[in-house]
Design a protein around this ligand. Structure first.
Ligand code: 3PG
Length: 206
């Protein structure tokens, strides 16, 4: 199983790019890079997402670019063909875990409860995404998981912001936090790229 946290290195922020055009995606990624960010996740929720991954890989070759919202084998193939450096899923099923079995890049499966954690553990995963973190028990849930699922670490996303990120990062079983709060849709819509750089700087604790 390839390690995602090794790919992240010292970065504890997993910034999420959600954009409607390739141009927007590039500007967001450049603004994040200006804050020292080396790795980003592009969520596959707009028609432009796959083209954004391809463009980032070509134009910002130093940046590691992953695909989020991977829900099935079809999307997985598109994400890998576009050059994704890692794969993130919002949820899991036995089918999806089977489809991911031979994935050549690190995979972070999304879980939201104890049964999910046990299932992905049985498939060999130790680095998981808690999603949606704020609605799935938040930091108290992850704290409770530490004793039961030793050796499992988490990247919570969904409802993380500057006000609660440290509650999560303070936990030994949390290696990063992810989200869109560092690239708010209104900043993207109005081209306020420097706001994104500032928010990433403020959020990246290492
Ligand atoms: C995700 O895919 O992880 C979430 O959409 C991020 O959630 P947020 O928008 O609440 O940060």
């Amino acid at each position: 199983m390839k390690s995602f946290s090794t790919l992240m290195g010292k970065q504890t922020l997993l910034p999420i790019i959600q954009a409607n055009t390739v141009e927007q995606g590039l500007e967001i990624a450049k603004a994040m890079s200006a804050a020292g960010i080396n790795l980003v996740e592009v969520v596959l929720r707009t028609d432009a997402s796959i083209d954004i991954i391809r463009a980032l890989k070509k134009q910002l070759p130093q940046l590691k670019v992953g695909a989020g919202t991977v829900l099935n084998a079809d999307i997985l193939k598109k994400a890998l063909d576009a050059g994704s450096d890692f794969i993130i899923t919002p949820a899991i099923s036995e089918q999806l875990l089977t489809d991911l079995a031979n994935c050549p890049v690190p995979v972070v499966p999304g879980i939201s409860n104890t049964a999910d954690i046990l299932l992905v553990k049985e498939f060999g995963y130790t680095e998981l995404k808690l999603f949606p973190a704020s609605l799935s028990g938040g930091a108290p849930f992850l704290k409770a998981m530490a004793a039961v699922f030793q050796g499992i670490t988490f990247c919570p996303t969904g409802g993380i912001s500057e006000s609660n990120q440290h509650d999560f990062l303070a936990l030994d079983n949390v290696f990063a936090v992810g989200g869109t709060w560092i690239a708010k849709p209104e900043w993207v819509a109005s081209g306020q790229w420097s706001e994104i750089t500032s928010a990433c700087r403020a959020a990246q604790v290492n």
